[in-house]
Design a protein around this ligand. Structure first.
Ligand SMILES: Nc1ncnc2c1ncn2[C@@H]1O[C@H](COP(=O)(O)OP(=O)(O)OP(=O)(O)O)[C@@H](O)[C@H]1O
Length: 262
C-alpha cells in the first residue's frame, strides 16, 4: 500500500538576468525564487494496482516519484510505502522497489550490460538461483539476447530502455516506479515494453506507478489515472472519466489540461 498525505515539496532556485553585470550583482546579492512543486498532495494506491500518473510538463510527477522512491524528502506531509517511510528507511526501501527514469540510466556506461546486472545482483544481495531465474525470464520477455554483451553506451535508446527495465526488476521488487519508460521508443519497442509491464503486473501482482506523456501508454496500461497540475491532484479516476465524445485521447487530454488551466 502506498500513501501520500498532504505532501508539499518546494525548490529554492537562484535567479538572475542575462549579462556580465547581472552575474556580478548576483555574486554579491543572490536572488532566490521558491517553486512549489507539490502542494498538498494526497492519494493512496493499493497492492497490485497499475496507476497512470499524468499531468503537463512541470506538474510535479517526477518530484512525486522521487519522494516515493526515497531520493527526495518532502517539506511536510506523510509518505508510507508498505509501512516504510521511503526517505528514512532507504536501504530497506530500495530492496522492495524498482525504479526506471526514462531520462537517466542505472547501467554502468562502459561495461557490458551483463556486468551491470552482476553488480546489481551483489548490491541487492540476490541469491544466485533467484538471479539466474530472473535473468532468464527477463532476457526472454524483453528480448535482450545479444544486448547483454554490449556496453550500455553502444545501445540504441530503445535497446537501453529494455535493459533498464530488466535491471530494475532483477531483485523482483513488489513495486515498480516508471518515469516515462517509453520515451523515444519506436513502435515495436513501445508495444513490447507495454506488453511486458502488463504481464509483470498480472503475473507477479507488481504495483506499478507510471508517469508518461504518451496517452497510448495510459490507454494500454492504466486502470486508474491520477492527474496532477501545478502541484495539486486534480483528478483520481479512470480513462472513461477523462474521455468525452469521439475526440482522440491526445485531444481530449489537451482539452482537459486547458480547461483546468494547468
Ligand atoms: N531539482 C530541482 N530544482 C529546482 N526546481 C525543480 C527541481 N526539480 C523540479 N523542479 C521544478 O519543480 C516543478 C515540478 O517538476 P517535476 O520534474 O516534478 O515535473 P514533471 O511533472 O515531472 O514534469 P515533466 O513532465 O516535464 O517531466 C517544475 O516547476 C520544475 O521546474
Amino acid at each position: 500500500m502506498i500513501t501520500m498525505e498532504h505532501v508539499c515539496k518546494s525548490y529554492r532556485i537562484a535567479k538572475r538576468n542575462a549579462g556580465f553585470g547581472e552575474a556580478c550583482k548576483a555574486f554579491f546579492h543572490r536572488k532566490y525564487e521558491v517553486i512549489q512543486a507539490l502542494d498538498d498532495v494526497s492519494f493512496s494506491i493499493g497492492d497490485g494496482e497499475m496507476v497512470g500518473y499524468i499531468g503537463p510538463n512541470g506538474a510535479g510527477k517526477s518530484s512525486t516519484i522521487k519522494i516515493l522512491s526515497g531520493i527526495l524528502t518532502p517539506d511536510s506531509g506523510n509518505v508510507f510505502v508498505d509501512g516504510r517511510i521511503p526517505y528514512k528507511n532507504r536501504i530497506q526501501h530500495v530492496r522492495e522497489i524498482g525504479v526506471v527514469f526514462g531520462q537517466r540510466s542505472q547501467l554502468w556506461w562502459d561495461v557490458p550490460v551483463i556486468d551491470s546486472f552482476e553488480l546489481l545482483k551483489d548490491i541487492y544481495s540476490i541469491p544466485q538461483f533467484s538471479y539466474e531465474q530472473s535473468l532468464e525470464e527477463l532476457t526472454e520477455l524483453l528480448n535482450l539476447g545479444e544486448l547483454l554483451r554490449s556496453p550500455a553506451r553502444q545501445l540504441s535508446l530503445g535497446q537501453r530502455m529494455r535493459c533498464e527495465i530488466a535491471a530494475s526488476l532483477l531483485h523482483r521488487p513488489r513495486i515498480l516506479f516508471l518515469d516515462e519508460p517509453t520515451i523515444g521508443l519506436d513502435a515495436v519497442s513501445k508495444l513490447a515494453v507495454r506488453d511486458f509491464i502488463l504481464r509483470q503486473n498480472r503475473t507477479h501482482k507488481t504495483t506499478v506507478i507510471l508517469t508518461t506523456h504518451d496517452m497510448q501508454d495510459i490507454e494500454a496500461l492504466a486502470s486508474r489515472i491520477l492527474l496532477i497540475g501545478k502541484g495539486k491532484i486534480l483528478m483520481d479516476g479512470t480513462l472513461d472519466d477523462i474521455k468525452m465524445g469521439g475526440d482522440s485521447i491526445d485531444e481530449t487530454v489537451a482539452e482537459l489540461y486547458r480547461s483546468l488551466d494547468i
